[in-house]
Design a protein around this ligand. Sequence first.
Ligand code: PAF
Length: 284
Amino acid sequence: MTAVARTRADLASARGQWAASGDSVAVVMTMGALHAGHAELIRRAREHDDRVIVTDFLNPLQFAPGEDLDKYPRTFTADLELCRTEGVDLLFAPGPSEVYPVGDPVVRVAAGPIGDVLEGESRPGHFDGVLTVVGKLLNLTTPHRAYFGQKDAQQLWLISQMVRDLDVGVEIVEVPTVRDPDGLALSSRNIYLVDADRMQALALHAALELGVSAASGGSTAAVESTRAHLAESGVKVDYVSLVDPQSFDLMQGSGPAILVVAAHVGSTRLIDNVRLHVSAGKRG
Ligand code: PAF
């Protein structure tokens, strides 16, 4: 049975009971529009923790003017159904005035230099908004573990770094990206893709796979072959980069890496990534 909490008081009351019984608590943070990727996060949480909280909060702070906040899918009834099916204990679904009772916060978490590159360059202020709400939701839910998907690689890195830098007492658990059988990474924004766009969106995963194969020839080969496939498929490339998984700095040498891409398919902006090993090639 999934209980629904709309207020901090209701959340605190459920959380208090679990604290008394010594249960371990997990949180899965979402903006609603739940899909099989979220279900996988919940299942991983259920495997390790006694209680699972899902937060469903469409955070205005992480959307810039002109982004898709107004048309972002809102599917609360289906979200609650998914939570029930997956055995979620509590769905915390507050409104903006519950999360930000005195309006937009004046003091926010600053994402630092990694918040300004890649996604951050295209979406200025986005990661400050993400980290601020994640910090607040961690304080409100006080979980032992928080589960995040590798699909949002830069977000995951920044949240992990915030937890380290600010000594937040929570373990961050990374969960691999869930894909449709044809390779498309699951995302709430896939709902925007009409049939022709969806076909074109497959180019992201195909390009990443080509990049992984090309990585035996070095970092430049990996990036160039990924970019070439995206360009041929007609999607509008925003970026293709290799980053160091430890520092999230751009990587040019060899070793473990994350190949990250962002592209516009029709009017929808999609991101994807893959973890790989880059060999020392002729040019890097
Ligand atoms: O990944 C998301 O859905 C959001 O960025 C998050 C982490 C729930 C914060 O609003």
